[in-house]
Design a binder for this molecule. Structure first.
Ligand code: SF4
Length: 388
């Protein structure tokens, strides 16, 4: 797989294989080195600051990709359920989740809700903690409710690590994640401004690295990569400019992302790994840290199909991103059977048609043969845009 046409970024080289390794080698190494526990966090958004403040490593759980065969999970779920739910359960059945001392799930959709219960029933020895996210973002009681819920989650996490975090602990972790997210925002801004300098396959690798690395360790790696990518002498290629949306939970494999770029696209914006970079600005570090996290989630976070915020229509947000990035087109890249994504696609499609922005609809699942077909569809779409 070719990620760039010039000198690779050392961090990307180091982590390119690791991001798809469901043996979680770096998590195992971190646990050996620190003697501390790790918590697997199902997407989309997880209160990672609180896991960290409780002395543990928060790690993104993104299913199995195409790394394992389904042998047990199919019998626990219906056939019309997205891949990530089934393959995350399969990882548990084949003992790939052994590095995790607890798992966090959230109220993002019915399959994710059911996964939390099925996981708890089948693996009672590993604590499954369920976070009830606020559903009415505009309610006057939402911030207070969610802060209270986060304190409950902190107590549960503290029972796993043996240390319920103090407010000071949470503030320190907020500072660490603010710094890491700030570097990610810088990298996203560089890619949007100069996409030839930083490919999305590279950016994805860096962002994915941050989902299984202590922010105190990932932030300097992201900063180094930012410096190196900024100083590259890159010549733009003859590609169309696109915004990709729809992969906010189940993740397309790195190979598929690279394939879309190699098929003739510069990706200017995306919703990959959304939960790990959800906040638009730093979370304030004065006052009650739980209330600060709650307010950041309610009022300061990026669009997500699993976050029902009637104050900010997501279709309008997508159009605004396409306009701001001077995109030629939008690619909807959604996980098969993902209802929140497909519901939003209906709204996106209408808004994009009204605005005269071309779009391509693609669906993926964790099966290797899908990727060649998708690549062909992207090539055809790009040709139709370049040679009209
Ligand atoms: S991919 Fe979609 S349906 Fe599946 S768990 Fe994620 S949000 Fe829910």
């Amino acid at each position: 797989m070719t990620l760039t046409t010039f000198a690779p970024l050392p961090v990307v080289e180091e982590y390119r294989e690791i991001v798809e390794d469901r043996g979680y080698p770096t998590v195992r190494e971190w646990k050996r080195r620190t003697g501390r526990a790790a918590v697997g966090s199902f997407p989309v958004y997880s209160p990672v600051e609180i896991t960290h403040a409780a002395g543990m490593l928060p790690v993104g759980l993104f299913g199995a990709g195409n790394q394992i065969e389904m042998a047990h999970a199919d019998s626990r779920f219906q056939s019309f359920i997205c891949s990530i739910v089934k393959s995350t359960l399969e990882l548990a059945f084949v003992d790939k989740l052994a590095p995790f001392d607890a798992l966090l799930f959230h109220s993002i959709c019915d399959p994710a809700r059911n996964l939390a219960s099925v996981m708890a029933r089948n693996f009672p020895e590993r604590r499954a903690i369920y976070v009830h996210l606020p559903q009415n973002m505009a309610s006057s009681g939402a911030a207070e409710y969610y802060a209270y819920e986060l304190r409950r989650v902190a107590a549960e996490l503290g029972a796993v690590s043996g240390r319920v975090p103090s407010d000071e602990d949470v503030l320190e972790s907020i500072v660490a994640f603010n710094a890491m997210r700030s570097r990610l925002r810088d990298l996203y801004a560089l890619r949007a401004e100069r996409p030839a300098n930083l490919s999305t396959a590279e950016l994805y690798t860096l962002a994915r690295m941050a989902t299984f690395t202590d922010p105190l360790e990932s932030e300097p790696l992201l900063a180094d990569s930012l410096r190196s990518a900024t100083t590259r002498d890159a010549r733009p290629k003859d590609r169309i400019r696109v915004v990709v949306v729809g992969s906010f939970c189940e993740q397309p494999p790195l190979e598929l992302i690279a394939g879309i770029e190699e098929s003739g696209c510069y990706i200017l914006d995306d919703d990959f790994l959304l939960g790990w970079r959800l906040f638009r600005t730093d979370v304030p570090v004065d006052g009650d840290p739980y209330l600060a996290l709650a307010r950041a989630y309610l009022d300061g976070s990026l669009h997500a199909s699993t976050k029902h915020d009637l104050r900010v229509p997501r279709a309008a947000g997508l159009v605004a991103s396409a306009r701001a990035n001077r995109a030629d087109a939008v690619i909807f890249l959604g996980a098969k059977f993902c209802e929140p994504g497909l519901f939003d696609y209906a709204l996106y499609r209408r808004a994009l048609e009204q605005e005269g922005i071309p779009h391509l609809f693609l669906e993926f699942e964790e099966k290797m043969w899908m990727y060649d077909r998708i690549r062909t569809e992207v090539e055809t779409f790009v040709e139709s845009m370049l040679f009209v």
